[in-house]
Design a protein around this ligand. Structure first.
Ligand SMILES: [Zn+2]
Ligand SMILES: [Zn+2]
Length: 275
């Protein structure tokens, strides 16, 4: 079985309003793309900050500008369209209770946890680029990213951890630490194991400057040794990117001896053979 749970029904740009994208016709475009890629189970995971309810969690400038949609209408829409009901929720340290309240009040099939921000600055967002606003060494930024990812896992708030080594997104366009990067992955692994979230193998990195899958092979091996579960996702923001490079992700997992994917329904999980 193949699934794609980390899917956005619209690009992140301004003007991508719910009335244009949360429509049966748009959902159908994604379902058709899933079928073309042999993806049996499709879910949507809109960014939490597009919903007004997210302002109870965090009052970041990006969120204040983007939080306009009704989260309950979104969840209902996914159910009507036969899509798995998901959301991509940022982990905001210190706001665990507010995140839990928002998530537990809705019938999600799964919740994807992400670390995009370290404090008010982002590892993958040009408007709030951490590399433009810090004098910290790349080692310090990476350390902080992976420690936060570990906390994200340990929080137990999430079913899946998105794009696990997102901090590498810019590749050589931003500073990168020298040497063996496993010293960073090790900072996250204990928290990930403790919280029990599945780890996402994301093909999105292949479409980004870094040009690699998330996570790196060294990180994947640590997760396997620690007994983690896995999902494969494209993090598509258009139907054209849905299921992109899935062959590479399937091969990557097979090479490392992973034969099962984790499937979610009503925030319960089961395993299915990959393929
Ligand atoms: Zn993300
Ligand atoms: Zn995403």
């Amino acid at each position: 079985m193949l699934t794609d749970y980390h899917v956005h029904l619209r690009p992140d740009e301004p003007g991508t309003t719910a009335d244009k994208y949360f429509t049966p016709a748009n959902a159908e475009r994604y379902r058709v793309a899933a079928e073309e890629h042999g993806i049996a189970e499709l879910g949507a995971s809109e960014h939490i900050y597009r919903f007004t309810a997210a302002l109870d969690v965090w009052q970041h400038d990006l969120w204040k500008g983007a939080a306009v949609d009704d989260i309950d209408a979104y969840v209902e829409f996914l159910g009507e369209q036969g899509l798995r009901r998901g959301i991509e929720a940022d982990f905001i340290p210190g706001r665990e209770d507010q995140i839990a309240n928002l998530l537990q009040a809705r019938d999600f099939d799964y919740v994807i946890g992400s670390v995009h921000f370290l404090g008010d600055l982002a590892v993958d967002h040009l408007g709030y680029d951490i590399w433009d606003h810090t004098s910290a060494s790349p080692d310090k930024v990476w350390e902080r990213y992976f420690r936060t990812l570990g906390e994200c896992g340990r929080s137990g708030l999430f079913d899946i951890l998105a794009h696990p080594d997102l901090v590498k997104v810019w590749g050589r366009r931003r500073p990168v630490p020298d040497g063996d990067l496993r010293r960073f992955y090790e900072l996250a692994i204990e928290g990930i194991v403790e919280g029990g979230a599945a780890v996402e193998v994301s093909t999105a990195g292949l479409r980004k400057p870094v040009g690699e899958l998330y996570p790196a092979a060294g990180f994947l091996d640590l997760c396997i040794e620690a007994g983690c579960d896995f999902t494969i996702s494209s993090d598509a923001h258009t139907p054209a990117d849905l299921g992109s490079h899935y062959d590479a992700a399937v091969e990557f997992l097979a090479e490392h001896g992973v034969t099962e994917l984790t499937v979610f329904e009503g925030r319960e999980r089961r395993k299915e053979p990959i393929g």
